[in-house]
Design a protein around this ligand. Structure first.
Ligand SMILES: Nc1nc2c(ncn2[C@@H]2O[C@H](COP(=O)(O)OP(=O)(O)O)[C@@H](O)[C@H]2O)c(=O)[nH]1
Ligand SMILES: [Mg+2]
Length: 285
């Protein structure tokens, strides 16, 4: 499957992120829980340098809980702090904030005599497009947050949001680009919506998704589209089954693959098929 994708402004995004990272004590690196490996940016280590990092798997509600746990365990075994949540969920985001406060308290300079923090800890949210950066920042700000305005001595126009006592968030999300050197990775990121429309053919993408689901989550395809496994079912035949099931036909009773593809992709993205993870290997970047 060919995915044509040309990241715009990659250099600019990279420079902006590097600039913003220099201002903070902690980076929240967001990864979509459905693609925690494919959705990683290979430059992140270089970009954030030695800054402490907290990895946040977003869209936990859409991902396969068993796989999410396996990925979290893998990270923790490597010594990286990682958590998974639905970042639209205020209660869970509040819990995350409590963890951030603990982590942040050790990161700021303290008064040598009294040991008290000399300033608030600052953090930023980074991740590839569509991972949930704006959503998390919004959920954070809905609760008790106040904009603190530009800090003196810090580049004009940067807005800081006070999240809690001693914690401030840069309201500009750091944009990262996914790695797409690998066709399989590009496929997964197109499915989850991190690579915009126009970079691929919907029917091909949906056929590839169905093929994956047929192998990894056959019971979900059966539940949703009544697809019963049998020999010779491949991508387009699966699309034909969906079209038949939903009565999506063009003239002469031919299956309408175009509409079936749109149904498959949008139902996947809305989580209607069930909780699904696309990255099943634990080969973390
Ligand atoms: N189900 C679910 N949807 C989410 C979650 N986080 C973000 N979204 C949705 O994903 C889409 C992209 O989120 P957005 O915050 O704009 O991503 P950004 O490009 O990283 O800023 C939006 O439709 C959000 O509602 C989550 O944790 N769970
Ligand atoms: Mg955004």
């Amino acid at each position: 499957m060919v995915i044509q994708w040309f990241p715009g402004h990659m250099t600019k995004a990279r420079r902006l992120l590097a600039e913003n990272v220099a201002l903070v004590d902690l980076v929240l690196e967001l990864r979509d829980a459905r693609v925690p490996v494919s959705g990683a940016n290979p430059l992140i280590n270089e970009l954030i340098g030695k800054k402490p990092r907290l990895v946040v798997f977003t869209k936990e509600d859409l991902a396969d809980p068993r796989m999410t746990q396996a990925h979290l365990d893998h990270f923790r075994a490597l010594g990286t702090t990682a958590v998974a949540l639905d970042v639209r969920d205020r209660r869970k985001v509040r819990k995350l904030l409590a963890e951030i406060r603990v982590a942040a308290s050790t990161l700021v300079p303290t008064d040598r005599k009294t040991g008290s923090a000399l300033r608030a800890a600052r953090l930023l949210v980074a991740g590839i497009p569509n991972v949930g950066k704006s959503t998390l920042i919004n959920t954070f700000s809905d609760r008790s947050a106040t904009k603190t305005g530009a800090l003196p001595g810090v580049t004009r126009a940067k807005q800081w949001i006070r999240l809690a006592d001693g914690v401030e968030l840069l309201d500009t999300p750091g944009l990262l680009w996914p790695r797409i050197d690998d066709e399989e990775v590009a496929f997964r990121l197109a499915v989850t919506g991190s690579i915009g429309e126009g970079g691929f053919v919907n029917t091909e993408l949906a056929a590839s998704l169905l093929t994956y689901l047929y192998g990894a989550y056959p019971e979900l395809l059966r539940e949703r589209y009544g697809i019963v496994p049998h020999a010779g079912l491949d991508g387009y035949a699966l699309l034909t089954e969906v079209a038949g099931r939903r009565g999506l036909l063009v003239q002469k009773g031919e299956p309408d693959h175009e509409r079936a593809a749109n149904v498959v992709l949008s139902e996947f993205r809305q989580g209607k098929m069930g909780r699904i993870t696309l990255d099943r290997d634990l080969d973390h970047a």
